[in-house]
Design a protein around this ligand. Structure first.
Ligand SMILES: Nc1ncnc2c1ncn2[C@@H]1O[C@H](COP(=O)(O)OP(=O)(O)OP(=O)(O)O)[C@@H](O)[C@H]1O
Ligand SMILES: [Mg+2]
Length: 354
């Protein structure tokens, strides 16, 4: 790769009219890192990517690449590659023509163009498709052409904006693996935008979670998955059960939270103290069926509703005392069943009340 990246530092604000859509977004990307912007529709992911690409003007802030300001460098001079959701191929050019386009603009010798295009088409598994037109390709093939078109220019940074969201579920998973492999094999530095948590978890070295233009959490996939910092991140990452508790005494790394008179034991977390209001969250797949050996965190309830997920099912339980709980189970559950349940203390995550 030409001119590799050592470090990209970004601190940007964007306003449209009076509305702040990115609020001092801080970001540092290191060479060879795969960083993902994750968040719901409208949270500012594409705007952030567009500003980094130079396609959208920031209202405030700065960007530095390897210590040098790049805000004033036009997009085509930044040396970044971009792949969009809608492929954006040139319909009147063949696959070869699409991939060769940028090299031809650079007036590269024909032999070099031919060689680099062939090599790139091989990498994205499209050797033999040179003479087809985009209209004669599947969505996944078109997206591979778009990726090859960007990569053939040896970009020092790859920017992906939801590149897989127009593909069907199976292809999405395949292409996700291909992107990850290309990233590693070519030593790329990549920023990737998605609203799909599974995609973010599987691809990223680090994930940046955004909500309405505000950074909610940055961390490794494990951090974000296991140790969400707040209710928003937890909810977005698949925690489905939230209990408002008042915290009680803490001992030996375990803190007690009282929920409607029921004392729950949870793993203590820095910054949370006895007497405070807080939230305890748990994923449906972490709730255990059956009674606990030591009697701690035992619940009882009745199955109200069952969602069939294929291998597993997710059931909504009405607990004695009236609260609701979602449980995932391999065992077949039916509405009306009465169940004993356990909330393992080490799976209950302590969060701030919002
Ligand atoms: N050109 C524009 N003019 C005015 N508002 C805009 C413009 N582009 C984006 N916005 C607003 O900025 C906010 C962030 O938009 P953005 O496209 O970055 O969201 P996103 O996270 O990429 O969402 P999605 O997942 O739907 O693509 C939204 O509220 C959007 O309506
Ligand atoms: Mg977007």
């Amino acid at each position: 790769m030409a001119d590799s990246i050592d470090k990209l530092q970004v601190s940007i604000t964007k306003r449209y009219g009076g509305k702040v859509v990115l609020d001092h977004l801080p970001l540092e990307v290191r060479g060879r890192e795969f960083v993902t912007f994750l968040g719901p529709s409208g949270c500012g992911k594409s705007t952030a990517l567009g500003i980094i690409a130079g396609l959208v003007l920031a209202s405030d802030g700065e960007m530095h690449l390897n210590g040098r300001r790049i805000d004033d460098i036009p997009p085509e001079k930044r040396g970044f590659g971009m792949v969009f959701q809608n492929y954006a191929l040139f319909p009147h050019l063949t696959v070869f023509g699409n991939v060769a386009f940028g090299l031809e603009l650079q007036n590269r010798p024909a032999a070099e163009i031919r060689q680099r295009v062939q090599e790139m088409l091989g990498l994205v598994r499209l050797a033999g498709y040179e003479d087809r037109y985009p209209g004669q390709l599947s969505g996944g093939q078109q997206q591979r052409v778009a990726i090859a078109r960007a990569l053939v220019l040896h970009p020092r940074l790859m920017l992906f904006d939801e590149p897989l969201s127009n593909l069907d579920a199976k292809l999405r998973v395949e292409m996700r693996a291909e992107i990850k492999q290309l990233h590693a094999r070519l030593g790329l530095t990549s920023i990737y935008v998605t609203h799909d948590q599974a995609e973010a978890l599987s691809l990223s070295d680090r994930i940046v979670v955004l909500r309405e233009g505000v950074l909610m959490q940055v961390g490794t996939p494990q951090d974000i998955h296991d140790r969400p910092k707040n209710v928003f991140v937890a909810d977005f990452m698949g925690f489905r059960n939230f209990f408002d508790v008042t915290l009680g005494p803490e001992a030996g790394g375990v803190i007690e939270g009282t929920f409607r008179g029921l004392a729950l034991q949870a793993k203590a977390r820095e910054g949370y103290h006895p007497g405070e209001d807080a939230v305890l969250a748990i994923r449906p797949e972490d709730v255990r069926l059956g009674r606990p050996a030591d009697g701690a965190n035992a619940l009882r309830g009745k199955v109200e509703l069952v969602e069939y997920l294929g291998r597993e099912q997710e059931a909504e339980i009405s607990l004695d005392g009236g609260a609701r709980l979602w449980v995932r189970s391999l065992e077949k559950l039916s509405p009306g069943d009465t169940l004993d349940l356990t909330l393992p203390a080490d799976k209950l995550v302590l969060l701030r009340r919002e």
